[in-house]
Design a protein around this ligand. Structure first.
Ligand SMILES: [Zn+2]
Length: 428
C-alpha cells in the first residue's frame, strides 16, 4: 500500500489519529489491529479501515481495487457463507479460509455482470494479456481427462487473478462424474487463503446425462449437466456419481468379455490403463474409449475389426444410441440424486439431436430439452462456451445464436467456459 493511499484515506475519513487497520492474514473475525503509522505493505484488497476503535459498527470498508471486501461479500451473500461453513467442516478449517470459494448467490451475481468477451481468452490470448478474460467455469484436471493438476490450475488462477479487476477472476473445476479434485482444491485453498484471495473458485462437476422425449425423439439425447457450487464431500452426490461409474465399469467389463469371444485378446485391467476415463468409468466419452481400446487391440492382433463394429451395433440395438451407457441418468433423475448449488447445461451447441422425429425442427427439439432442464431446476446454460474453430461455420453460428436467444427468453443465466483439457487455464 502506498503512503499516498494512506494519506488519501486519512483525509477521507478525517480522523487520521484514530485509524486502525486489521492485518488479516486470514480473516477470522478477530483481526490483529495495528496503529496506522506502523503499517507497511498491507494488501489493499483485504484492507478494512476502522476508526474510533469501535470495530464492527463503525467500520469503513475501503476497496482500492474495485473488488468487494470480505465483509461485504459475507453480508451480501449470506447463504454462500453457510455453504463455506459446511465445506469447512469437512476439511477442518475456518469458513473464512475458504473465502475464495464462491457460492450460488455470488455466482449468480457475477454471471449477471459478465459479458461474452469475459469468457473468451481471445484467439491470440489478447483477452488474457489485457485482463478482459475473467471467467472459466469449465475445466478438467488429471482427475478425469485433463492434463492439468489441480495445484497447477489454482496456481495459474492465483497468478492471473492479480491482473483481473472487478468483477474478479471466476474459475471452476468440472471433472467428469468425479469430485476428488474438487475436494483437493478446497484443501489447497484453505492451506493458503491469502494466495487465492483474488480468485473466485467454484467446486463443480460435469455429469453425464440424457434427455428422453418419445413425442419428439425416437432416441435418447446425450448431454451433460454441470453442477456448480457443489459440496464435493456430499454423500448423496458422491454415491450417485460412484454408482454411475461402477455401473459403467461393469458394462465395460461385459463389452470386453464379448470382444474376447470374437478372439480379441483384451483385458479389463489393460483397458483401464488405456485411458483414465475408462479407469474411472466416467464421461459420455467412456464407451467410445472402450471401443477405441478394442479396435486398437484388434488391429494389434490382426483380428478383423468388424468384430468391434458388431459389438457396438449390438449396444445401439439395446440402448438406442452409441456413446450413451445403459446407466446414464435422465435430466430429472440427476437433479433428484445429485445435489448442486446451481445446475448448468454444458455446451448446448454440441448436443446432437439425432433421432428427432420427422417433421420436428431442431429448434423445437432443443427448446423442449431446455424446458425440461428448467422445469427440474436448471438455472444456467453455457452459451459462452469456447467451441473449437472447426465447429464454426455459418450454419453452426446461427444455430448458436438461436440457442442463445432461446436461453435469454427462457431466463437462463449465461454461463460459459473453455473446457480445458490441457495444461493451461487459458487454452482449450
Ligand atoms: Zn467438459
Amino acid at each position: 500500500m502506498l503512503t499516498t493511499d494512506i494519506a488519501r484515506l486519512a483525509v477521507n475519513i478525517n480522523t487520521p489519529q484514530n485509524l486502525y487497520v486489521p492485518c488479516n492474514k486470514s480473516f477470522r473475525g478477530r483481526p490483529q489491529n495495528k496503529k496506522l503509522e506502523t503499517i507497511q505493505n498491507i494488501e489493499p484488497h483485504l484492507l478494512a479501515v476502522y476508526y474510533n476503535k469501535s470495530m464492527a459498527q463503525k467500520a469503513a470498508i475501503i476497496n482500492f481495487e474495485g473488488q468487494m471486501s470480505v465483509e461485504d461479500r459475507i453480508k451480501k451473500f449470506p447463504e454462500d457463507h453457510n455453504y463455506r461453513r459446511e465445506l469447512a467442516k469437512h476439511i477442518r478449517c475456518w469458513p473464512e479460509d475458504l473465502m475464495s470459494v464462491t457460492g450460488t448467490q455470488e455466482l449468480e451475481f457475477l454471471l449477471k455482470k459478465l459479458e461474452r468477451k469475459n469468457f473468451q481468452p481471445g484467439k491470440n490470448l489478447e483477452n488474457f494479456h489485457n485482463g478482459i478474460f475473467k471467467a472459466n467455469l469449465h475445466m478438467h484436471t488429471t482427475n478425469s481427462d485433463g492434463k492439468m493438476t489441480v495445484q497447477s490450475l489454482l496456481d495459474q488462477a492465483a497468478k492471473y487473478s492479480k491482473k483481473v479487476k472487478d468483477p474478479p477472476l471466476l474459475v471452476a473445476i468440472t471433472n467428469h462424474d468425479i469430485l476428488d479434485d474438487a475436494q483437493e482444491a478446497l484443501r489447497i485453498i484453505s492451506s493458503d487463503p491469502e494466495k487465492f484471495k483474488d480468485v473466485r473458485f467454484i467446486p463443480g462437476v460435469e455429469m453425464s446425462a440424457k434427455y428422453e422425449n418419445p413425442e419428439l425423439f425416437d432416441l435418447p439425447v446425450q448431454m451433460e449437466i454441470l453442477g456448480y457450487c457443489v459440496n464435493p464431500f456430499d454423500e448423496k452426490l458422491n454415491s450417485a456419481l460412484a454408482s454411475l461409474r461402477e455401473q459403467n465399469l461393469r458394462y465395460a467389463g461385459e463389452l470386453i468379455e464379448k470382444a474376447r469371444t470374437f478372439g480379441i485378446k483384451a483385458s479389463f485391467e489393460e483397458a483401464k490403463q488405456y485411458h483414465n476415463l475408462i479407469n474411472i468409468g466416467a464421461s459420455p466419452g467412456f464407451i467410445g474409449l472402450v471401443k477405441d481400446y478394442l479396435a486398437h487391440k484388434a488391429k494389434q492382433q490382426g483380428v478383423d475389426e468388424s468384430a468391434v463394429r458388431e459389438i457396438i451395433d449390438d449396444h445401439c440395438k439395446r440402448y438406442g444410441i452409441f456413446p450413451l451407457t445403459p446407466a446414464t441418468p435422465e435430466i430429472a433423475e440427476i437433479m433428484e440424486t445429485s445435489p448442486a448449488g446451481m445446475y448448468g447445461l454444458s455446451h448446448p451447441g454440441r448436443i446432437e439431436l439425432h433421432g428427432l422425429k420427422e417433421g420436428i425442427s431442431g429448434e423445437k427439439g432443443i427448446e423442449s430439452l431446455l424446458q425440461k432442464f428448467k422445469t427440474h431446476g436448471g438455472r444456467a446454460v453455457e452459451v459462452n462456451y469456447l467451441y473449437p474453430d472447426y465447429y464454426h461455420n455459418e450454419g453452426f453460428d446461427s444455430w448458436l445464436e438461436k440457442i442463445h436467444s432461446l436461453c435469454n427468453q427462457m431466463g437462463f443465466l449465461n454461463s460459459g467456459g473453455v473446457d480445458n483439457h490441457g495444461e493451461s487455464i487459458f487454452i482449450r
